[in-house]
Each structure stands twice: as structure tokens, then as C-alpha cells.
Design a protein around this ligand. Structure first.
Ligand SMILES: O=C(O)CCC(=O)C(=O)O
Length: 307
């Protein structure tokens, strides 16, 4: 995949796609863009620079040595660790705004408690004694669908940026990386109130991209076991051991507020431990696909969003 290009003015300074200097944000076009569900970028580089720490993470100049080093670091971590964390991806004031926006929207989120297998198939009931591979495990959370996230929000500006999509595609070494075309599932805000959790699961997609806005007061920790399966070995013995609590090789991601995390979840089981304390865990899940028109099935929509 080609790295992104940066524009320069006559003096050679870096300029945003809108043409103005992006350092310190763009006073000309910031906040005026309109966004809609589209595979076309709706976020100018100057808008992004006011939200993402472009100095630390040069998404607008991936061909530079710093940009190449960033992509290479992500690729190495994704192979060696199975996940990659970019702390401070979101600027602190953007985190504050995004949390305020998310808390205002929280009453609209769809709350679900689902019992499922580790392969995300519906299960009849939670069970301890039967084969853990067919047993049910509890996932409880509330999800805000993409069409409920307002047009001029911090999270839409990030998700609808081509620079972000291109960087994620480069880091994950995928040939084509499109924002998902699903009005509900493309990008979600997830809320974990006290007692909520995500049970161990393997994803249906190759990778997941999350952006932490507010960790739980206690708990709500992302845990994963790198490559417990391979494309040719579903490793039922190893998976049973994990579900019986006999695998102590799980790693955790720190996921401080503002951290972008990339994770290969199809072969590496992962969970989010029970959230505790008064402060809800809030993060965004950004969904991408190798094709331009990827959508959820109607059953998945009903399960995740209740409509
Ligand atoms: O909320 C998280 O940190 C993890 C989300 C997750 O497990 C997933 O998207 O598959």
C-alpha cells in the first residue's frame, strides 16, 4: 500500500489539505465540514491535526522517516505482540470533548446482555461443567450506533478521515482498507457500566481498532492471548484450557484515555474484564473492511443495536 503524501507551501512548510498551516489547528475550516456516511473522506487534515497528535503520529506524512518508523513499529508489534497501542493518539482536549459528547449520548445507547460461545455463536445458557467450547459466556454492554453519533463530533472526524484509514491499512498491511458502509456498525461508542464485561471471544473480522476515551475506575481491562489459534489449527485443547482458567499467558493492554489500539482478533482470543466503580468505561470501535460496501447482517444489527 502506498504511503500518504503531504503538501508543502512555497517555503516548504507542511500544509493541510485545505491549504492552511495545520500547526495549532485550522482557524479557517475547522468545524465547518459536513460529514455523512461515505467512503469519501469528510475530515480535512487541519481538522484532524486539532484532534490527533500529528507531531507524535505523523499520519499526514507516512512517507517521511518518522512516518515509516511509525508504520514499521506497528507492524512489528502486531506480529510479535499481536496488538499495537498508540498512547496519546488523541489530544487531551479532544479526549475531554469526546467523553463529554459520549456521556451526553449515553441514554440513547442500546443495552444488551448476551450469552455466547467463544466463537460468538448464541448459547442457550452459561455453563461451567459442559465442554467450554460449546458453553455460554456473558457479554454485557451498551452500544451507540454510528447513525446516532452526531455529524460534528470528535469521533466522526477521526473515523471519517482518509489519513486515519490509510494509516490503519498500512499498519495492518492490508491492500484495501475501507470504512465500513453500515449505517449502524461502521463506528460505535461502547459503554461498560459497573458489572459489564466482554467474555472471551474470537472476532469474525481479522482485526479490531479501538480508541479509549475513558477507562473504568477499576477493572474493564483488555486481555488477550496471542495466536492461540492458527489458520490451520483451531487448538481446541488450548482454547478449553483458557476457558477453564488454566492459561496464564494472557497479556493486557494499558489503554489509557486517548490510546488507539490495533488488534488482530480472529486468532487471538480476547476479553474485557468486569468494570468496577462509578465511572463507566467508554471507548469507540472503528470498523474497516477490505471491500467498499461491507454491511452487517440483519441478525447482527438486531443483536447489537436492537433494530
Ligand atoms: O472494548 C474493547 O476494548 C475490545 C473490543 C473487542 O473485543 C472487539 O471489538 O472485538
Amino acid at each position: 500500500m502506498a504511503y500518504g503524501r503531504v503538501r508543502r507551501d512555497a517555503a516548504g512548510a507542511r500544509v493541510a489539505a485545505c491549504g492552511s498551516s495545520w500547526l495549532g489547528g485550522c482557524p479557517v475550516c475547522y468545524g465547518r465540514h459536513t460529514v455523512s456516511l461515505s467512503t469519501t473522506s469528510q475530515t480535512a487534515a487541519c481538522d484532524l491535526a486539532a484532534i490527533v497528535d500529528i507531531g507524535r503520529y505523523p499520519l499526514d506524512d507516512l512517507e517521511s522517516s518518522a512516518g515509516r518508523a511509525l508504520v514499521d513499529r506497528c507492524r512489528v508489534e502486531l506480529v510479535e505482540v499481536g496488538a499495537c497501542e498508540l498512547p496519546g493518539f488523541l489530544r487531551p482536549d479532544a479526549v475531554t470533548r469526546a467523553v463529554a459528547e459520549a456521556l451526553e449520548l449515553k441514554p440513547l445507547a442500546h443495552r444488551s446482555v448476551v450469552i455466547h460461545t467463544i466463537d460468538l455463536r448464541p448459547a442457550e445458557a452459561a455453563s461451567d461443567d459442559e465442554d467450554p467450547l460449546v458453553g455460554g459466556y456473558r457479554t454485557a454492554k451498551a452500544s451507540l450506533a454510528y447513525d446516532q453519533v452526531p455529524t460534528r463530533s470528535v469521533l466522526r472526524a477521526i473515523y471519517e478521515s482518509d489519513l486515519v484509514s490509510r494509516f490503519i491499512g498500512s499498519a495492518l498491511e492490508v491492500d484495501s482498507n475501507y470504512r465500513m458502509a453500515d449505517e449502524l456498525g461502521a463506528m460505535n461508542i461502547m459503554y461498560h457500566d459497573p458489572g459489564d464485561e466482554l467474555a472471551w471471544h474470537f472476532d469474525n473480522a481479522d482485526f479490531a481498532v479501538t480508541l479509549m476515551l475513558q477507562p473504568a475506575h477499576r477493572g474493564g481491562i483488555f486481555e488477550f492471548v496471542r495466536m492461540l489459534r492458527t489458520p490451520t489449527d483451531s487448538n481446541p485443547i488450548g482454547v478449553r484450557r483458557l476457558l477453564r482458567g488454566q492459561n496464564d499467558s494472557a497479556r493486557t493492554l494499558q489503554c489509557e484515555a486517548g490510546t488507539l489500539a490495533l488488534f488482530r482478533g480472529r486468532l487471538s482470543p480476547h476479553r474485557v474484564t468486569v468494570a468496577e466503580g462509578a465511572r463507566p468505561r467508554i471507548n469507540a470501535v472503528l470498523s474497516y473492511a477490505p471491500v467498499a460496501d461491507a454491511r452487517l447482517s440483519s441478525s447482527a444489527r438486531a443483536l447489537f443495536y436492537g433494530r
